[in-house]
Design a binder for this molecule. Structure first.
Ligand code: MIG
Length: 805
């Protein structure tokens, strides 16, 4: 613990901005080499290339030719450039794609970016450096600028006024607002100003970098400490568009197996085989749905990865068989540190083949972590990465399909908290120091793990959970936000954190529900489980020696609340799984900020104590103790209370009742929500018909259809067409009444389906139902009390039902 001594009166402010001297200077030559436009300046040069019409890459370089290789964050497709058009206009150099124009003043290099409608997106204010390694980029902002993204950060949603460092750090201190470097570094931001087009800025530099939106009123700065200034400007015009473009460059969320989006239970640690089985049996006995249990570090033989502690886990195969029988998956933790022990084959093999990180002089870097002195694989080398990936066959052959990567910042128990900066990563012959590539270590570990698991699982989808990551981590792993505490404040904090992760391309993320360290209370677990049921990643995890945190620990009422809300997630699984597919295809997050869905709403820019689950469901968690009601902001449109059906007009705040067993939930008129009958795990079958719930009442407003996605939930057969994608929609008009429609976009399952369509609210009993296309209406009933029409139908392919009122 620090004391007041930490705030010495003469303590130098090490975060003060330094004055940088050099700049690009006057441009004296413009040339185009294979689609890349090179502007040669007095002191440095800039290379521009369009990755696609909406994405312009700019790299600063000092020598003769630019090194246009990218880091592994960038997907291969993004390496291809589209042809840029260069012309001189009124003394300016204009570099254009069909969507963007970069206008450079060659007198003293300055850059402005416009869209095709001539609207200014970005105005560069400075590119400067003192030594060639400390480079700063600045662009204009105003007090009206809203800044989003920046990955896993503390604080609120809008980051204007904040300053963040990107340096993957194992921070056990509480995640308060001034711990600004956490486990993940996503050097990406979205700039948005009301009424203007949004744009994105990605800095592809995995060393220590700083995004400063605090020091100056009129500009933000992006600084690098080592390596190169490699920027991507991403066009909009909407925030959603920017996120889509970011994920065109850094990749889309991997398609997880369905079990990985079920409820998960963890503890540091379930200490032995009996305890694991006991937890699994208790879930089933109590009827609380759950898909996954975790093994934290105590399962290993003295923390040697790829081993079992034979006393605690004498019969892992037997344990796995019972878990599978009960419908559970098991996810063990794997840290990067490999115990220095010549008798341990993983260590011996790694040394023999040169797979571990070394200093330039050739010594293997040895650092202390849980196993004691340890070596760390050099995941930048393909051979080492492949070797590491293949080690996972150890788990696969026991029936394990998911892996939890921890400590991969990498965290080392020394003064710098990480690997020595002068370690040289081989990187297949293009060496990088650890200082230059630190933020990629966890990314590359999870990539090696994901790819190794995928190879080993022959056709099944793996699940990988990671603590550390860099831009693009969504291609290989799910992100959990590390060691939070069982504090109400940390529950509240997790909302903007996960919303901004989503706006940084990472759709599949979540915090430790209930909080990791410190001791949770029943009320906190109840409230956090209610909220967690709507987070993409939903795992309850807690610290060694903390009060137990399973849903049944706190008495009947809390247990019942957890059962109810975890159950609700399982009932909404068809909706949630479809959102995952959307994230996988488009990059859009599952948890969405109000501003992302309602960008024209001036009041929405910093709302982060409520969020949207997809675009149809609004979730308003209770994040303080003793609270029985809260104000909920309903954006424009018509909203229904999910439970009571009560109708609200939006564009205002309402006061929602929220006794402990209730978290306010609203559904937007026009939404269609596919649901299923309750089950105890995602793999459990059901004889119940599917349920599609149509929330009508949007009037003649245009509402977008909901795309329901279905496949086997476990394999890659969907990549070969084995899936079904259907769009559900409802339309209303004076003359026609209500029309509900189902449009098959892809029918790779080829099954007839029995379904219950629930449509409402409808004020009076319909006169008649007229169906056309691939549906048979078996029966229909009008439920007068709830104002709902229930249609029992057999569905074969696209259809429409007209409901005459
Ligand atoms: O220093 O493996 O964030 O989830 O339970 C602690 C033990 C190391 C940190 C992880 C936490 C995990 C714990 N690990």
């Amino acid at each position: 613990m620090l004391t007041s001594e930490a705030i010495l009166p003469d303590k130098p402010n090490d975060k003060r901005e330094t004055t940088l001297s050099a700049s690009i200077g006057r441009i004296h030559k413009t040339e185009t080499v294979e689609g890349t436009v090179i502007l040669r300046g007095e002191y440095a040069n800039a290379a521009f290339m369009f990755i696609n019409d909406q994405t312009l890459r700019m790299k600063l370089f000092f020598g003769e030719t630019p090194d246009l290789r990218s880091t592994p964050a960038i997907v291969d497709d993004a390496a291809k450039s589209t042809i840029a058009d260069v012309e001189e206009k009124e003394g300016h150099v204009v570099i254009s794609s069909p969507a963007l124009h970069a206008v450079v003043n060659p007198e003293k290099f300055s850059l402005r970016l416009f869209d095709t409608e001539g609207r200014l997106l970005l105005e560069e204010k400075e590119i400067a450096w003192d030594e060639k390694t400390k480079i700063r980029f600045a662009a204009a902002k105003t007090n009206e600028s809203r800044i989003y993204g920046l990955g896993e950060k503390t604080g609120f949603l809008d980051k204007n006024g904040e300053r963040y460092e990107m340096w993957n750090s194992d921070v056990y201190e509480p995640h308060v607002q001034d711990t600004d470097a956490l486990y993940q570094s996503i050097p990406f931001m979205i700039h948005y100003e009301h009424g203007k087009p949004a744009y994105g800025l990605l800095l592809d530099n995995p060393g220590r970098t700083v995004f400063d939106m605090r020091t100056h009123e009129d500009r933000y700065t992006v600084s690098i400490n080592s390596g190169e200034l490699d920027l991507y400007f991403l066009g909009g015009p909407s925030i959603k568009d920017v996120v889509k473009r970011l994920t065109d460059v850094t990749g889309k969320t991997y398609m997880p197996p369905m079990w990985a989006i079920g409820y998960q239970q963890s503890r540091y640690s379930y200490m032995n085989q009996e305890e694991v089985l006991d937890i699994a049996r208790t879930f089933r006995k109590k009827g609380i749905p759950c898909d996954v249990l975790y093994l934290d570090i105590h399962y290993m033989d003295e923390y040697r990865v790829f081993t079992w502690d034979s006393k605690r886990f004498p019969k892992p195969m037997e344990m796995m068989a019972e878990l599978k029988e009960l419908g559970f998956e098991l996810v063990p933790i794997v840290d990067p540190g490999v115990k220095q022990d010549p008798k341990y084959p993983v260590y011996a093999e790694g040394v023999k083949n040169g797979y571990f990180c070394r200093k330039l002089e050739g010594d293997i870097f040895i650092g202390k972590v849980w196993p004691g002195l340890s070596a760390f694989p050099d995941f930048t080398d393909d051979a080492a990465a492949e070797w590491w990936g293949d080690q996972h066959r150890f788990y696969i052959k026991q029936g394990i399909n998911g892996i939890w990567n921890d400590m991969n910042e990498p965290s080392v128990f020394n003064e710098s908290k990480t690997m020595d900066l002068d370690v040289v990563h081989g990187n297949n012959g293009n060496p990088k120091t650890h200082e230059e590539w630190h933020n990629l270590y966890g990314f590359l570990m999870s990539k090696a793990t994901f790819e190794g698991m995928k190879r080993g699982l022959s056709g099944e989808r793996p699940f990988v959970l990671t603590r550390a990551g860099y831009a693009g981590i969504q291609r290989y792993a799910t992100v959990w936000t590390g060691d939070n505490r069982s504090f109400w404040e940390h529950m509240a904090l997790s909302i903007p954190m996960v919303l901004n992760l989503g706006m940084s391309g990472i759709a599949f993320a979540g915090p430790d529900v209930g909080g990791f360290s410190h001791h949770s209370s029943g009320e906190l677990v109840a409230r956090w489980t209610q909220m967690g049921a709507f987070f993409p990643f939903f795992r309850n995890h807690t610290m060694i020696d903390s009060r137990r945190q399973e849903p049944w620990t706190f008495g009947d009422q809390v247990e019942e609340i957890c059962r109810e809300y975890i159950g609700l997630r399982y009932r909404l699984m068809p909706y949630l799984y479809s959102l995952f597919y959307e994230a996988h295809k488009t990059g859009l997050p599952i948890l969405r900020s109000m501003i992302m869905e309602y960008p024209d709403d001036r009041d929405a820019y910093n709302i982060c104590d409520q969020f949207l689950f997809g675009s149809g469901i609004l979730v308003a968690p209770i994040y303080r103790p003793g609270v029985q009601s809260r104000s909920v902001y309903l954006p424009e449109g018509i909203w229904y209370d999910y439970r009571t059906g009560e109708r609200f007009e939006g564009g205002r705040s309402v006061l929602a009742a929220a006794p402990l067993d209730t978290m306010p939930l609203y559904v937007k008129a026009g939404a269609v929500i596919p649901e299923q009958a309750l089950r105890q795990s995602t793999g459990e079958g059901s004889e119940q018909p599917a349920r599609i719930r149509f929330y009508v009442g949007a009037g003649t407003t245009d509402v977008s259809p909901f795309a329901q996605y279905e496949d086997d939930g476990r394999t890659y057969a969907f990549e070969h067409g084995k899936y079904r994608l259907r769009e559900w929609s409802s339309r209303e008009s004076q003359e026609d009444g209500i029309r509900i429609a189902c449009d098959y976009l892809h029918d790779g399952l080829d099954e007839t389906q029995t379904a219950i369509l629930i449509i409402g609210p409808i004020t009076a009993k319909p006169v008649e139902l007229i169906s056309s296309g691939g549906v048979e209406v078996d029966t229909w009933i009008y439920d007068e009390e709830n104002k709902l029409l229930q249609v029992n139908a057999t569905i074969k392919h696209s259809f429409e039902i007209r409901i005459r009122l």
